[in-house]
Design a protein. Structure first.
Length: 332
């Protein structure tokens, strides 16, 4: 854990951090190691982070640290706190709409080829091997709006044919429950619809809001968000810090949320470390931001939301049927 803290402080890669443990005297002193200690391989750090991410181990470490801080009287009940949010980038590449549908189709075919190759060969079209053999990149896709729309409709028909085969009576039931297949179905609902002319590709405002639309088949929970003019695809991390006078500023709560796009408020979970929830606890907690103290300088009523923060969607983050999907939803 100490190695991870030092690595984050100096902005080092795993290989650089492992080299620092072997070669730097200051790191050996901080870690309590002998000068002849050989260190460890760089892969140990990624494996340790994977174990921390499993089963909420990171949250347990934070709660244990806060408990020790309370024993040392560094964190008290009813002190001042402040919460801010920052962006967390998804570990995926940016895709445009045409790349998204093409790559989603290719990902589903790759997953089915690994799980049920015989079934896929019996239901796949020969043109699909050439169309989805390589990763979807914009320079391989057609040029011009008309050609790109026609190609998107072709990809949509291929996806519909695959979904109809998967949901048909002769297909194994477990195939349609695969993660890649469910992502394919969700993306097709968001990107296509049917009318009297046939299959159509959604454009502009016909697509769902940014906090609902899938941006990548490899991380379907990641969403596009904007904060203070900066846009990103990923998540939003909320960090709570105690900021009492005469005490060190310490982080006591960290939470990551999906759908960062439309100014969702951070709902802090009840915690033993900051006192019982309720009006009494809220009265003892103040924001440290200077704009939240005292009356408005011009005598007006202070707005409840930040003026630069977009308002939440009236649909809410849990609406299963966005407004743009209610009238022309795609049915399988």
């Amino acid at each position: 854990m100490t190695v991870l803290v030092l690595q984050f402080t100096e902005g080092l890669t795993d290989r650089q951090a492992a080299d620092a443990v072997r070669a730097r005297v200051d790191w050996k002193y901080a870690l309590g190691l002998e000068l002849e200690d050989p260190g460890f391989d760089a892969s140990v750090l990624s494996e340790f982070r994977a174990r921390l991410a499993a089963d909420g181990q990171a949250s347990r470490w934070l709660e244990l640290m806060v408990a020790r801080l309370r024993e040392k009287d560094l964190v008290t009940v009813g002190g001042r706190q402040r919460t801010d949010a920052t962006h967390v980038l998804a570990a995926t590449r940016a895709l445009n709409w045409l790349e998204l549908v093409t790559e989603t189709m290719r990902t589903a075919l790759e997953a089915l080829a690994a799980a049920a190759p015989e079934w896929l060969i019996a239901h796949v079209d020969e043109e699909w091997f050439e169309r989805y053999a390589r990763r979807a990149d914009d320079y391989r896709l057609p040029d011009g709006d008309t050609a790109r729309t026609a190609f998107a409709v072709t990809v949509g028909r291929d996806g519909i044919a695959l979904l109809q085969a998967l949901y048909g009576p002769g297909a194994p039931g477990w195939l349609r429950e695969m993660h890649a297949v469910q992502v394919l179905r969700l993306v097709w609902v968001q990107q296509y619809y049917r009318d009297e002319t046939g299959l159509c590709w959604r454009t502009g405002k016909e697509r769902p809001p940014a906090h609902l639309v899938v941006c990548s088949p490899y991380d379907p929970d990641a969403r596009y968000g904007i904060k203070r003019g900066q846009g990103w695809t990923g998540y939003k991390a909320h960090v709570t810090e105690v900021c009492g006078d005469g005490r060190p500023h310490l982080l006591v709560h960290v939470a990551a949320h999906c759908r960062p796009g439309h100014g969702q408020r951070h709902q802090r979970r009840p915690s033993r470390r900051s006192g019982p929830p309720g009006p009494a606890a809220r009265r003892g907690t103040r924001r440290c931001h200077p704009r939240q103290r005292g009356p408005h300088p011009e005598g007006r009523r202070r707005p409840r939301r930040h003026p630069d923060r977009p308002t939440a969607s009236p649909l809410g983050p849990t609406d299963p049927h966005p407004r743009c999907l209610r009238s022309r939803r795609f049915h399988h």
